[in-house]
Design a protein around this ligand. Structure first.
Ligand code: AHR
Length: 669
């Protein structure tokens, strides 16, 4: 037991173990629970359209092997082990019939290719097999686009492409003929339709003919990509994002921005233009965790900054790129670029703004236009540094800030407050950043569920006039940070919902928030918990996803007070609440979390308006069990349900189920 001082009152707080083994937080009030009052005409804060967004990083096979729909692993033979993912089929006649060659001096971005020597081979005698990222998810009757780059001097080489299922049976394919190209590289493409659905497919390429053929950029994409863009993104995964109507998309991470060392940092200029010229690098999550090694995890950058901007535009979200601050990950090499050599890093930031916003007469605006987007992307936000800390960060940040603000005063900059929401590193950075009058400070919290419950009032006493806050990464951990035992269970999601009522109540301070990480492949993850899980053919939303989605779809435009005995409802009787109005629809939106295991009936009195429409909608997310999870097999164990209720006058009586999150929406007049 311990004491919490909140709004000048002292409450007793108890930490209990529930049957599910999850810590639960209760506060006991000196007063009996009273009527909850909503003052619908007292505007407390504006809720920014950016309030609830998403954080994207290529972790857990989020991009390669995830939303980037390429099915061939190691398509350009650039992994550290050049034949990783590939297997020779049949028996080569001589040593060196399959040779990895390197044209480093001629093509530094994509130096390797495979040379195949044929000895008058018949179809089906010599070939290659690609295993896919975690095999390949193939759908019956779906079209697939196969392509590769080749060069040959022979005139009779044919490639026979076939998808095979787990049993080795052909489930679709095509054949392509090469033509003599001399030293030039040609691209060849062919499409076909799959004859069966298969979660564990692989691709065979059989060579027929005589002579030498060089191959590179071997690729297979489904045709049902997001917006049907060839070489695009996995539509089912992007649809999950689009359904949330996120206010912003933060990209490309995360620690991936920093890199293990500076050579592995994310450099946006290397991620645009023809994909065969985008230089692959190792993914830092390849080797970060000894307990979850992923030796085949690389960043091909087939999905790069242009595609991220386009994605943000597609789903109506503000793009939020985060750039390297001249510092590699401080948990890893902690390499920093000397202050005197920071210019190229700063220039990358300035050029990115021009790339996003400049017209086509500018150098980088012209590049954007040449990629197919003449209109600006209208970038307004940019992050400098991910989880960086210490005076080394502040001194670098000052250089970035001056250069960017001098040239682009309207761009809002997001600055790092480190890895934790408290402690010496946080206090130092928070102080420095507020002295610098930072626009927005990025706070991260990966904490236990009870931390989220205990800290639901975190922002009630923040300075209303200073820097705003971006809760840029957060997730309740059912075990502990980076533990493989973390689960996306209902206990974590309901704690986040409780905390989010506190963010919404303080929308004048917290202008943006995003759960992290976003995606995980069930067979390719390094970090858990994650909001959306996928396998090769399916996706499912965790309870945490539904919490995020409910907040995002019920954002409102302005915060109004929702009070219990004249105090924000933030833990009394394990209830947490916030209210907003939507000026566009003239609705009142109330969010109430019952984090206790008992049902509670509460009256809500709405003041400050003439009347409420008698028809209200309730959206309820609940489970009796805090350890309940969703899964590929059971995606809807915890899923919102909707019901209509009738109101009499301006009093709403709500029966709040145990462990429930309820949103009430009603028209006002
Ligand atoms: O979300 C996973 C990681 O957690 C991010 O890459 C990093 O910023 C944080 O430490």
């Amino acid at each position: 037991m311990f004491f919490i001082r909140e709004n000048c009152r002292v409450y007793f707080a108890f930490l209990l173990f529930t049957g599910a083994g999850i810590l639960q937080y209760h506060t006991g009030l000196a007063q009996q629970p009273g009527i909850i009052t909503v003052k619908a005409n007292e505007i407390k804060a504006t809720i920014q359209p950016t309030m609830w967004g998403v954080f994207f990083e290529d972790i857990n096979m989020g991009a390669d092997g995830g939303i980037y729909a390429e099915l061939i692993k190691n398509r350009s033979f650039e992994f550290s082990k050049p034949m990783m993912g590939w297997r020779v089929l049949g028996k080569p006649v001589t040593e060196g019939d399959f040779l990895v060659l390197n044209r480093q001096a001629i093509n530094t971005n994509n130096p390797r290719f495979l040379r195949v020597t044929l000895h008058n081979n018949a179809k089906g005698t010599l070939g290659l097999n690609n295993e896919g990222f975690r095999k390949m998810g193939i759908k019956e009757k779906m079209g697939y686009d196969f392509s590769l780059m080749y060069r040959t001097s022979s005139s009779n080489i044919r490639l026979h492409v076939e998808l095979i299922n787990e049993a080795g049976r052909n489930i679709g394919g095509t054949s392509v003929s090469t033509s003599p190209s001399g030293d030039a590289w040609n691209k060849i493409s062919s499409s076909f339709t799959a004859t069966a659905t298969e979660p564990g497919a692989k691709l065979n390429i059989w060579f027929e003919g005589d002579g030498v053929v060089d191959i590179d950029m071997v690729s297979l994409f489904p045709q049902d990509t997001w917006k049907k863009r060839p070489g695009g993104m996995r539509a089912d995964m992007i649809q999950m994002l689009a359904d949330m109507k996120p206010g912003f998309i933060r990209f490309p991470g995360g620690c991936i921005v920093e890199g293990f060392d500076l050579s592995q940092r994310y450099q946006w200029k290397k991620t645009i233009g023809p994909i065969e010229e985008r230089q692959l690098i190792i993914n830092r999550w390849n080797f970060e965790f000894a307990h979850r090694p992923t030796p085949d995890y690389f960043q091909t950058f087939g999905l790069g900054f242009f595609e991220y901007f386009q994605l943000a535009e597609d789903v109506g979200a503000e793009p939020l790129p985060i750039l390297n601050a001249g510092m590699a990950c401080q948990f890893n090499s902690a390499e920093v670029v000397p202050l005197g050599q920071l210019d190229p890093y700063v220039q990358d930031a300035l050029d990115l703004i021009e790339f996003a916003n400049g017209d086509s007469t500018t150098r980088w605006g012209k590049v954007r236009a040449s990629l197919g987007h003449p209109a600006p992307f209208n970038l307004k936000l940019m992050g400098i540094g991910n989880e960086n800390w210490g005076p080394q960060y502040i001194e670098r940040l000052k250089v970035f800030t001056k250069a960017i603000k001098d040239r682009y005063p309207n761009i809002k900059l997001i600055n790092s407050s480190g890895t934790d929401p408290n402690g010496a590193r946080f206090d130092y950075l928070n102080g420095e950043l507020r002295n610098m009058k930072a626009d927005i400070i990025d706070e991260h919290y990966y904490r236990r569920p009870e931390w989220f419950l205990q800290n639901a009032s975190r922002y009630d006493n923040y300075d209303r006039k200073g820097s705003q806050v971006f809760a840029g990464e957060y997730a309740a951990q059912s075990d502990k940070t980076v533990s493989i035992n973390n689960r996306n269970n209902w206990g974590t999601a309901i704690a986040e919902a409780a905390f989010m009522t506190g963010m919404e109540r303080n929308a004048d301070v917290v202008c943006m928030a995003s759960y992290a990480p976003l995606f995980a492949h069930v067979d390719g993850w390094q970090w858990t918990p994650d909001m959306i899980w996928v396998d090769n053919l399916n996706t499912y939303g965790t309870p945490n996803y539904y919490v995020q989605k409910m907040f995002s779809l019920n954002k409102g435009t302005n915060v109004v007070p929702m009070l219990n005995n004249n105090h924000p409802l933030s833990g009394q009787d394990s209830l947490y609440a916030s209210a907003a109005i939507d000026r566009n629809t003239n609705e009142l939106i109330m969010k109430i979390v019952n984090a206790s295991g008992k049902s509670q009936s509460r009256d809500i009195q709405v003041e400050g308006i003439k009347s409420l429409n008698p028809n209200a909608t309730l959206t309820i997310l609940k489970s009796d069990k805090l350890d309940e999870v969703n899964s590929i097999a059971h995606p809807a164990n915890v899923k919102p349900t909707e019901q209509n209720i009738k109101l009499k006058g301006k009093k709403i009586t709500l029966a709040l189920a145990p462990y429930s999150f309820t949103i009430v929406r009603v028209k006002m007049s």
